[in-house]
Each structure stands twice: as structure tokens, then as C-alpha cells.
Ligand binder design. Structure first.
Ligand code: ADP
Length: 369
């Protein structure tokens, strides 16, 4: 039965007691030109309507006839700050998580377009106050603990933080720098199997500051490794997961069960999968390009085409996040782009990718408690 703080959303259920399909939410965030783009006098090729609208227009040539317009669930202009993005996109997802859903937010885009700024942003802690540049993760932690206040004895929050590079999983919360994590399938869950990461640190946090400290330490660890291996930060994926557990009273006493989960995924730079088709697949097999990112694209295509085989098992990222793609999770993709002409090709490829992902339909389902 639903426990305190968790309520079922009737509108998500059809008459058979099953759940309704919903499309993946896809939003775009465009940053301003950076110093280099200004210095190089690279023109602006993107236009949006207001701070937040729904469409984005790309100018692809000298004539307006060659302009291309895309529509998304939301499009944020460079004037949209961290708090607008949070309020418009993430705050509703946090509510869904507290209502018992598993949710995932992906940041997808070319390196340097603001994935990490959007997901983590400024992680500094000013006496417990959020910085204006704080990204989604610090804001989620603050918002979550504000919501749970007064309910502390009834709930418990845990975080994990992992990195995936070259098909190897590393625990960013582990004290052992070289600890490699292994994945296996847990078939014991009713109706579907879930991928479990063995030995992953799940740290209990009592407040937002403790969670932000984990994010800072894990990010620092990633940074240290990135200076030794210069393409790590653009080629690796990170997943920061927040899980809320609620107290359940059973005949045997009390225990805590997972009520809702939020995966915050900062993907590798999309330029890592620039090339297409078979050539891409061979390059991935040779370890030359990002296998997980490539497979993510193939999973999206297979889902959109309603293919009978979805290649989830071909990469660690898609195994880990299988449920977020065509599964029971509520999923949102934030595509980040540069406005500069010099990045036009990558911007088109990001927008095409994101636009295609809009057709994926998930069947979100609340966790059984
Ligand atoms: P990515 O993670 O996609 O490689 P970053 O998040 O590291 O890109 O962003 C690259 C740089 O641009 C950083 O210095 C970041 O602070 C800045 N930046 C990105 N997006 C924005 C934005 N919307 N507003 C202000 N600065 C931004």
C-alpha cells in the first residue's frame, strides 16, 4: 500500500489497472557564444523564441528558405538561467519521484555545450545556500530535503555516483580508486529483470550538504583521472542516482523500501559518434569510438522504429539504463547546443538525435511498496 509521502497518480492508469504510455520528454538548452566563438567571430545560427519557448530555428545557409525549425517540449535560450531550467524541467520530475516513480534525466550534446554545467554546475556550498550557477544535482538535493523535512523519521535518502569509460564502470564514491564495478542481471523481480551493479557504494545522506559533498568529491576524483587521460571527460558518462526509501510497517517490524529513484546522467560528448552506420559499428568494436553512446543511439532508433530487437545488451550504459528507454521509467533528455556557426554540423546532429528520441514511449509505473 502507498506509504506517507507517496501517492498514486490516477491519470497514469488505464481501466485495466495497467499504466499509460507517455513520450519521453525532450528539451533543448542553448548556451551563449563562448569567448572563443566570439573571438573567432563565428556567427550565430540559432534563434529561439523568448527565454523559454518550444521551437528553435537553425539558419543553414544564406537564404531563409534553407532555415530549419524544430519543435521540442521546451527550448531554453541562453538567457535561461539554472533556476528556470530547474523549475521548468526538473521540479515536476522530483514530484514524480516522490510519488513513487523511477525517473531519469539525460544531458546529451557536443563537448563544451553545457552538459556538466546543466547537471552539476557550481557545486560550492555557501553556508547551505545554493549558488545561482548551481546545476540540477545540487538543486535536486536541496529541493528533496526541503520536501522531506518533518518526515525525516519516515524516509531515508541514498546516493550513488558512477562513471562509465571504455565500457568499464568505476565507483566515484569508493575510497578505492581502482575499484571496477561489475554488472549482473537480477531476474528475481516480478515481471522484468533489472541490472544490478555489484559492490556499488550507496551512501546514506542526512541532508543536501552531505549529498553535494559526495558530488564534489566524486567530480574531483573524475577530474584527477581526467588530467592523466585527456579524453576521459569528453568520453565518459557519469550517473548520479538519488533514491528515496520510505518506512514500511510489516508483520515482522519496520523496514525501508525504495519509493522513487532519480538517475542524473551526464553523457559523453556526442561528437564521439559523429560518423554513421556500419563504419561506426566497426570503429566501436575496435574501441575507437564510444560504444555505449553509439548503442544508446541504436537503442533509440530501434525503439522509434518499433523494431522487434532492441540492442540494450550491447553496451553497459544501455544495460544500466534499460528501464529508462522504453521501460517503466519517466525519462527526460536535455540536449545542449552551441549557437555558433562553427559548430553547426554538430548542432544539427544533436537536434536531429533529440528530435528522434521524442518518439520513444515509456510506460511509467510506480514502485510497489
Ligand atoms: P560539457 O559538459 O557539455 O562538455 P560544460 O558544462 O563543461 O560542457 O560547459 C563548457 C563551458 O561553458 C563551461 O565553462 C561552462 O561553465 C560554460 N557554460 C555552459 N553552458 C552555460 C550556460 N548555459 N551559461 C553559462 N555558462 C555555460
Amino acid at each position: 500500500s502507498p506509504t506517507s509521502g507517496t501517492k498514486r497518480k490516477e491519470r497514469d492508469y488505464d481501466h485495466d489497472g495497467g499504466c499509460e504510455e507517455t513520450s519521453i520528454h525532450v528539451v533543448v538548452r542553448c548556451r551563449g557564444r563562448n569567448d572563443r566563438e566570439v573571438r573567432e567571430n563565428s556567427g550565430v545560427v540559432l534563434s529561439t523564441t523568448g527565454v523559454k519557448g518550444k521551437s528553435i530555428e537553425l539558419s543553414m545557409g544564406p537564404s531563409a528558405l534553407s532555415n530549419k525549425t524544430y519543435n521540442f517540449d521546451k527550448v531554453f535560450s541562453p538567457a535561461a538561467d539554472q533556476s528556470i531550467v530547474y523549475d521548468e524541467v526538473v521540479a515536476p520530475i522530483l514530484e514524480e519521484m516522490l510519488a513513487g516513480y523511477n525517473c531519469t534525466i539525460f544531458a546529451y550534446g557536443q563537448t563544451g555545450t553545457g552538459k556538466t554545467y546543466t547537471m552539476s554546475g557550481d557545486m560550492s556550498d555557501n553556508l547551505g545556500l545554493l549558488s545561482d550557477s548551481a546545476g540540477i544535482i545540487p538543486r535536486v538535493l536541496h529541493h528533496l530535503f526541503n520536501k522531506l523535512e518533518g518526515d525525516a523519521a519516515e524516509s531515508s535518502v541514498k546516493c550513488s555516483f558512477i562513471e562509465l569509460y571504455n565500457e568499464e564502470l568505476r565507483d566515484l564514491l569508493s575510497l578505492d580508486d581502482n575499484a571496477k564495478l561489475k554488472m549482473f542481471e537480477d531476474g528475481s523481480r516480478k515481471g522484468h529483470s533489472a541490472t544490478v551493479v555489484q559492490g556499488m557504494e550507496e551512501s546514506h545522506i542526512k541532508n543536501a550538504i552531505e549529498g553535494i559533498k559526495l558530488l564534489q568529491d566524486g567530480s574531483h576524483k573524475r577530474q584527477v583521472a581526467a588530467t592523466k587521460c585527456n579524453d576521459l571527460s569528453s568520453r565518459s558518462h557519469t550517473v548520479f542516482t538519488v533514491t528515496v526509501y520510505v518506512k514500511r510497517t510489516t508483520e515482522g517490524g519496520e523496514d525501508f523500501v525504495s519509493a522513487g529513484k532519480l538517475n542524473l546522467v551526464d553523457l559523453a560528448g556526442s561528437e564521439n559518434i559523429q560518423r554513421s552506420g556500419a563504419e561506426n559499428k566497426r570503429a566501436a568494436e575496435a574501441g575507437l569510438i564510444n560504444k555505449s553512446l553509439l548503442t544508446l543511439g541504436r537503442v533509440i532508433n530501434a525503439l522509434v522504429d518499433k523494431s522487434s530487437h532492441i540492442p540494450y545488451r550491447e553496451s553497459k550504459l544501455t544495460r544500466l539504463l534499460q528501464d529508462s528507454l522504453g521501460g517503466r521509467t519517466k525519462t527526460c533528455i536535455i540536449a545542449t547546443v552551441s549557437p555558433a556557426k562553427s559548430n553547426l554540423e554538430e548542432t544539427i546532429s544533436t537536434l536531429d538525435y533529440a528530435f528522434r528520441a521524442k518518439n520513444i514511449r515509456n510506460k511509467p509505473q510506480v514502485n510497489q511498496m
